[in-house]
Design a protein around this ligand. Sequence first.
Ligand SMILES: C[S@@+](CC[C@H](N)C(=O)[O-])C[C@H]1O[C@@H](n2cnc3c(N)ncnc32)[C@H](O)[C@@H]1O
Length: 490
Amino acid sequence: MPECLSCACLMTPLEPNTVLKYPPLVRELHDVLRARQFPALPEQPGRIELLARLLDTSISEAMYVVAELHATLSDPGDICEFGVAQGATSALLANEIRATNKQLWLYDSFAGLPKPSPQDQLKDDIFGLGSMDRYEGQMRCDAAEVETRLAQIGFPAARYHVRAGLVDQTLREGEGPATVCFADVDFDFYAPIAHTLAYLDRHLSPNGRIVVDDYDFFSTGAKTAVDEFLQQHGGRYEFVRPPAFAGKFCVLRRIFAPEKSDLNVRAPAENHWQQPTLTGFLERLGRYRIGFATVIDVGASNGMWTREVIQRFPEKHYFLVEARREHEPALAAFAAENPRVRYAICAAADRPGEVHFHAGDLFGGLAAHAPFSEHDIVVPARTLDELAATHQLKPPFLLKLDTHGFEEQILAGAPTLLAQASLVVIEAYNHRMGFGNLLFNELCTFMAQRGFRSLDLFDPLYRPHDASFWQVDFAFARSDWHGFSHPSYL
Ligand SMILES: C[S@@+](CC[C@H](N)C(=O)[O-])C[C@H]1O[C@@H](n2cnc3c(N)ncnc32)[C@H](O)[C@@H]1O
């Protein structure tokens, strides 16, 4: 029995229960980093639990990864992890992209580390094996492990792609993601990292980011692959290393500098306003000279869209409407952070009362008056006109709908608000989704009948099923906007 330290008795001293203390410690570290290092990073339900389940990655490193990921979420492209192992980081990434339509691509041999190449000299003997050759086959995990983790957090199987095998065989032109906005590269060794960086350079979106783990740690190969890559593509990437406490990794941030062959498909850096992204739209919005005082974000989920907009227009007011109570903690935290943000938990509809809601996906819900055959819940419903009156929302309005097919009903409950709206942004669809949604061309006609013309479009999405156009965010302005009377391109 250990002795009491303060006297010579044999009493057992009280020790902290380190197991119980771990989750609150993760929460504490997360909150400190968010407050001090990443103030723009939104809260995300489930993040703390997934941070606490990481195996080889420190909380600080994971927070950097998450912050880099979020910086790219309004850009086109998918998310990749190269070197998945048991999939703890994959689950963290998946949780962060729930609200988006991005796909998650997961690459691993699932047979452990490959044979090291001559560039892989043992720098830090992490498992104490004595030589680099002995690392071949280490870190082997089963692909089923990552699938289990993704199933545990309810990430839909249709949104991720596991590519098992050596990456030089599985990551080939025409078979991998066409556009990537964020990649986490954690292969440890020179050859797979060099192969992956070369692919990413051809497919990274203009503001895309790559985190390469183990830079100058374990094998010398990771650093050599990155350094060679930067020599070859000098000037196209900003090279960032985190503070020492955060770990041994580096970030490659794409700086858009087009080659001649890129000029017809991408806008140069100073032309952010030409990009078909939310960032590009917000740039253009600043130039349209259309007044709005309050942004009403309907189908706000955890407030991710408004968080982007408020950075560009911090002087506006924001009112968020979300049907799922599960998002309330994130919305309450957002409102507590910023006095210009308010929210209501209800579905927007054509009449007050209750509506049925498809609750299959926390970020993809849909309201209806008739019950759904599966995932049906009933939620309170209010009209936007009543909400605007009750909360004394200040016109003119920028109304945003991300409501998956209930737009006609929502606008039927908002004639007064619509008359005071200068802009309406609606996620529009190109396929019938089975619940009566308008097609984008029908939506344009519908809005024309209400005095609006299409002004802008951004964030187009093409579906994996057949590569066809799936959805786009359409912005409508009042038909008498001064720009519509300007007849020429210049
Ligand atoms: C450090 S672990 C990844 C850890 C994981 N990213 C995490 O955060 O939990 C490295 C992984 O890379 C995989 N790997 C290494 N070289 C590879 C290659 N050439 N092709 C495919 N997978 C490879 C290994 O099987 C191993 O699972």
